[in-house]
Design a protein around this ligand. Structure first.
Ligand SMILES: O=C(O)CCC(=O)C(=O)O
Ligand SMILES: [Fe+2]
Length: 254
């Protein structure tokens, strides 16, 4: 192949030939993303190395935060975040269910789309990852239950503190939410697009808006007052969100 014409030839075909790596990334199929995510999540030794490189699990930073909201940037390996986002973007509409509530004494006003991670086989590997992040809290085992989140135009959550009990394996077996986490997964989200996570209980009072940052984890102990401001963008804001639960002791605190 003569080299002279390379700079002049702007045909798409020539550009494909010149940068195969970029083309490959642009065309990452959701199936391939899911396979890569599984390969990473199933490699326990690799995950332990990655956890150790970030100073261990979440318990120590949580206990150090004294009930405040923590934001951990570059939370999982970049590739894991990209693969998860690719899977979320490609989920069929039928997987998403609309959660909508006008607001009453029991629940904050809200509207957004969610899907249980357990119902999305491509994301099943993440369950082990979340479990490894916080297997116990204050000496008691935890049960992580996570969902996929999708907020479209005007979606939001009003003021709430995440407190909640869930019966698991029967009504006598109640688990309470103890630690909340939101893994934000939309690229280059701007303040002007709305959808901020608003901390309504920051140290020193007032409120602090956190614009979602791709591949950052927001984590805090429950209860903590917060909200999600209305999305104004015409694109979806994606996340993986949920809670580590602990078994509720009869007659004990929530
Ligand atoms: O998506 C977020 O930033 C927060 C979500 C939230 O507060 C919730 O699902 O309870
Ligand atoms: Fe919340």
């Amino acid at each position: 192949m003569a080299s002279v014409a390379v700079h002049e030839d702007r045909s798409p075909r020539r550009r494909l030939w010149r940068s195969p790596r970029r083309v490959e990334e642009g065309e990452l199929s959701p199936e391939r993303a899911a396979r890569r995510l599984a390969a990473w999540a199933e490699d326990a030794a690799r995950q332990e190395r990655w956890l150790a490189s970030r100073g261990g699990g979440l318990e120590a930073p949580l206990l150090g935060a004294g009930g405040g909201i923590l934001r951990l940037r570059d939370f999982l390996p970049l590739e894991a975040a990209e693969n998860t986002l690719r899977v979320l973007e490609a989920l069929p509409e039928s997987v998403w269910s609309l959660s909508e509530q006008g607001g009453d004494a029991n629940a904050a006003e809200h509207r957004f789309w969610s899907a249980d991670v357990a119902d999305v086989p491509q994301l099943a590997p993440l369950r082990g990852v979340f479990w490894r992040l916080l297997p116990t809290l204050r000496g008691e085992p935890t049960l992580p239950i996570f969902s996929c989140g999708r907020y479209g135009a005007s979606d939001h959550i009003g003021r709430h503190n995440d407190e909640g009990d869930t019966p698991i394996f029967g009504p006598g077996n109640i688990f309470s939410r103890k630690v909340a986490a939101i893994w934000h997964l939309t690229r280059e989200w701007q303040e002007s697009e709305g959808g901020a996570l608003v901390d309504l209980q920051p140290e020193g009072g007032g409120s602090i808006s956190h614009v979602p940052i791709f591949n950052s984890l927001v984590v805090f102990e429950v209860p903590h007052w917060h909200a999600v401001s209305r999305v104004t963008a015409e694109r979806y804001r994606y996340s993986i969100f949920g809670w580590w639960h602990q078994k509720k002791v009869a007659g004990g605190p929530g």
